[in-house]
Design a protein around this ligand. Structure first.
Ligand code: DX5
Ligand code: ZN
Length: 213
């Protein structure tokens, strides 16, 4: 299991320290939640702060867009050369076109599914994707409870993924902790995002290790 700590739960007064701390603790990706106050009822960070995160990070960035006008934000963040940019299927009229655009910028494209979105909607997109991110909370905030039916969704997505594009990774985001990580691994998750569980832990290195199952 790869581990992508969500910086949303970091101490923003000590952002550089917290980003270095998760990287030194051996995380695989640094998950960055970009919210615009329109697609989700919360507003987080823009290019100035994401640049500062990129400068502090020694691990690749995994940028999760929760915005309207995805193309604008893809162009904004492309110069930071993140490993992944993921956008919500629910907010994109032309997902296939945007996938091509992200890839043309040298970034690995990913799609995010909200809790209500069926995995089968990806049937004709999976072959072009490097990752699918399944939301196990409603996007917008850290520290929410895990929605249990995400497990069944992961299992259905894994069947499709194995048939269409076995190289495409499956990521989970929301309410992930040491109590549900084994179940998620067994369902087919390759990468877990975790925010409040990791950053509220007294020993973040140990907390990351508990997710590496
Ligand atoms: C929610 C974000 C998540 C969030 C996860 O919209 O996409 O990345 O930070 O936080 P926890 O792990 O606390 O649910
Ligand atoms: Zn996220």
């Amino acid at each position: 299991m790869l581990v992508a700590p969500s910086v949303l739960s970091a101490d923003f007064g000590n952002l550089e320290r917290d980003v270095q701390r998760i990287c030194d603790a051996g995380c695989d990706l640094v998950h960055v939640d970009v919210m615009d106050g329109h697609f989700v009822p919360n507003l987080t960070i823009g290019p100035v702060v994401v640049s500062a995160i990129a400068a502090a990070a020694t691990k690749p960035l995994d940028i999760h867009l929760m915005v309207e006008n995805n193309t604008f934000f893809v162009e904004l963040f492309a110069p930071l050369k993140p490993e992944f940019i993921s956008f919500h299927l629910e907010e994109e009229k032309h997902p296939h076109r945007l996938i091509q655009k992200i890839r043309s910028l040298g970034i690995r494209p990913a799609i995010v599914l909200n809790p209500h979105t069926r995995p089968e909607t990806l049937e004709y997109l999976l072959e072009d994707l490097d990752m699918v991110l399944v939301m196990s909370v409603n996007p917008g905030f850290g520290g929410q409870h895990f929605i249990p039916n995400a497990v069944e969704k992961i299992k259905r997505l894994k069947i499709l993924r194995d048939a269409i594009n076995p190289d495409c990774l499956i990521e989970i985001d929301g309410g992930v902790n040491e109590n549900n990580i084994i179940m998620l691994r067994d369902a087919g998750v390759d990468i877990c995002v975790s925010g409040s569980y990791l950053f509220n832990h007294t020993n973040i290195q140990h907390a990351i290790d508990t997710l590496r199952v």
